[in-house]
Design a protein around this ligand. Structure first.
Ligand SMILES: [Zn+2]
Length: 198
C-alpha cells in the first residue's frame, strides 16, 4: 500500500487513502439521498449514487472507467456500501458487464470491481448474471449470422433479491434494460448502485 501519494482529483498529497481528506469530505458532502421519484427508475427501486456526474465525481468516473485507478474504484465501492447500509442486504450483487473490447483494454470490468468492493463492505456475494450483448461464442458463430446487439445475454443464477451495480447512470438505459431482463427471468431487483448520475 502506498503510504503517501498524490490525490488524483486535486493533485495534492494524500496518505493511506486514494483521495486526500478534502476531496473525500467534498464527495461525501455531495452524496445524494436514495431517489425513488424519478420516473425513469422502476417503481420501488432505490438508486444510490455518490452524486451528480460533474466536477470531482466526473473525474473519478472517467479515471475508473479507463482503468487507471483500481483503488479509487474500491474506495467508491466502500462509500456506496456505507450509503446503502440501512437497506437490508440482498441475496447477491450483480453488475452491468463492460463490452468485451473495453474490458480487455482496461484489464478488468469496472462495474464488477465496484460490485466486489461494495460486497466486501457489506458481506454480499457478487454474481455475474449478464454478458455483453454482442459477444459471440465460437461454437455458434457462422458467416452472416451475427447475434443481434440488443439486450444482454443472461447467465442463469439462483433466483433471488439482487442489487444492480454500474459505474455511471447516464440515460439509465443500460440499467433499465438489465433490470427488465433480470426481472423477466424472475429476479427481484431492489436497488441500483452507481458512482455518479448524469
Ligand atoms: Zn484531493
Amino acid at each position: 500500500m502506498r503510504l503517501t501519494g498524490q490525490c488524483p482529483l486535486c493533485l495534492g498529497p494524500t496518505r493511506h487513502q486514494p483521495l486526500c481528506c478534502h476531496c473525500r469530505r467534498h464527495i461525501r458532502a455531495h452524496a445524494q439521498p436514495p431517489d425513488t421519484l424519478d420516473t425513469s427508475i422502476p417503481l420501488g427501486v432505490r438508486v444510490f449514487s455518490l452524486g451528480p456526474f460533474a466536477g470531482a465525481l466526473r473525474r473519478i468516473v472517467l479515471a475508473v472507467k479507463h482503468g487507471r485507478d483500481q483503488r479509487l474504484n474500491d474506495w467508491c465501492g466502500q462509500q456506496l456500501a456505507i450509503q446503502s447500509r440501512h437497506l437490508m442486504r440482498p441475496d447477491a450483487l450483480t453488475y452491468i458487464p463492460s463490452q468485451r473490447l473495453s474490458r480487455l483494454r482496461r484489464g478488468g470490468d469496472t462495474a464488477a470491481g465496484l460490485a466486489i468492493a461494495i460486497g466486501r463492505g457489506r458481506g454480499i456475494a457478487v454474481v455475474p448474471t449478464l454478458q455483453p450483448p454482442w459477444r459471440i461464442h465460437s461454437r455458434t458463430r457462422h458467416h452472416g449470422q451475427r447475434q443481434a446487439a440488443k439486450g444482454f445475454r443472461y447467465q442463469p443464477q439462483p433466483l433471488g433479491r439482487l442489487w444492480l451495480v454500474d459505474d455511471l447512470m447516464a440515460s439509465g438505459h443500460s440499467l433499465r434494460q438489465a433490470h427488465d431482463q433480470l426481472s423477466a427471468e424472475g429476479h427481484i431487483i431492489e436497488a441500483w448502485l452507481v458512482i455518479a448520475r448524469a
